[in-house]
Design a protein around this ligand. Structure first.
Ligand SMILES: C[S@@+](CC[C@H](N)C(=O)[O-])C[C@H]1O[C@@H](n2cnc3c(N)ncnc32)[C@H](O)[C@@H]1O
Length: 296
């Protein structure tokens, strides 16, 4: 079944229609008859989504064979803040969108001892060193943004068209913001599979290759854990669990001229069963560092 894209502001209909076409989504004009703001606008949206929730529940009830415990029923929305993925669960979770001005991301960058520093240290950004980084599993681009905000040139690769669209939309808005444009200039985004991008990089001379390849594939999560916020559950549902992630490591080590950094849940087995030369442990996740190694 095709995803629907609800455009919530008439002023953005053209951009929203382009997005829907690119993603093969059904375009729906979901704006109110009169432009609304503030509380009235929120009420209009809640009513619209409540109607959709009811239709989805009825459709699911009519199909008792299906196991919906795992499913996150979602629509795309397009509004004055750009493109977002909205899960239609009760209570309604916040939409998932790429917003590089987001306060929690800004805090990660400003906080010298936080997670932002950990990814930067793992990638070797210190004492003014700003390596060329290839983020082969870009997702919603937060790690890439942190690295770029600290001065690194980052190429991002994302293969899931919907996630790529969310990221491209966030990047477009950042390019238009006086506060964010400087960092956005250091980011390039590819819509591709990282394996083919890495194979193409292998043909380049070392000085043209990334110094660091960063890998943060999705880790398989079996159940709908309470720890996973409802909005991120929709993201997981769209992406899946990157079962082919092991294959990226050998290629990444052949391409990177300085190191490969792999982000894993703290207790997860090593990617591809390969032991790293260094581990940086965090509270719930860790960074595994690998030296470059030619393909055997
Ligand atoms: C856990 S998310 C990455 C989150 C990201 N580090 C961030 O800060 O937002 C993993 C992403 O990598 C993408 N991905 C996994 N394997 C890939 C591959 N071989 N090529 C391109 N993208 C890939 C998935 O589609 C998913 O969006």
């Amino acid at each position: 079944m095709s995803l629907a894209l609800y455009c919530l502001t008439q002023a953005h209909a053209e951009l929203a229609q382009e997005q829907a076409q690119r993603l093969g989504a059904i375009f729906v004009a979901g704006w109110p008859e009169q432009p609304l703001a503030g509380r009235e606008q929120n009420q209009h949206r809640r009513q619209l989504f409540a109607g959709l929730q009811t239709r989805i529940t009825e459709a699911n009830d009519g199909n008792s064979q299906a196991d919906h415990t795992d499913s996150a029923e979602s629509v795309l929305i397009y509004d004055e803040h750009g493109l977002a993925l909205q899960t239609l669960e009760k209570p309604l979770p916040g939409p998932v969108r790429v917003d590089f001005a987001d306060a929690s991301l800004q805090r990660r960058i400003a906080n010298g001892h936080g997670a932002g520093e950990a990814v930067a240290r793992a990638c070797g950004l210190r004492k003014g060193a700003t390596p060329r980084v290839l983020d082969a599993t870009a997702g919603l681009g937060r790690d890439s943004w942190i690295l770029a905000s600290l001065g690194a040139q980052v190429e991002m690769v994302e293969r899931v068209p919907l996630v790529h669209a969310l990221l491209a939309d966030g990047l477009r808005r950042a390019q238009q913001s006086a506060q964010l444009a400087g960092t956005a200039e250091r980011l390039i985004l590819h819509a591709d599979d990282a394996q083919s991008v890495l194979r193409a990089k292998l043909l380049l001379p070392p000085e043209a290759r990334p110094e660091v390849v960063y890998l943060d594939p999705m880790f398989p999560h079996r159940e709908k854990s309470a720890k996973v916020k409802k909005d991120m559950w929709a993201f997981r549902h769209v992406v899946g669990s990157d079962e082919d992630a092991d294959a990226l490591l050998a290629l990444a080590r052949a391409v990177a001229t300085k190191r490969v950094v792999v982000k894993r849940p703290r207790i997860a087995p090593d990617l591809n069963g390969d032991e790293p030369h260094q581990r940086m442990l965090g509270q719930s996740s860790r960074f595994d560092l690998y030296t470059p190694r030619a393909l055997s």
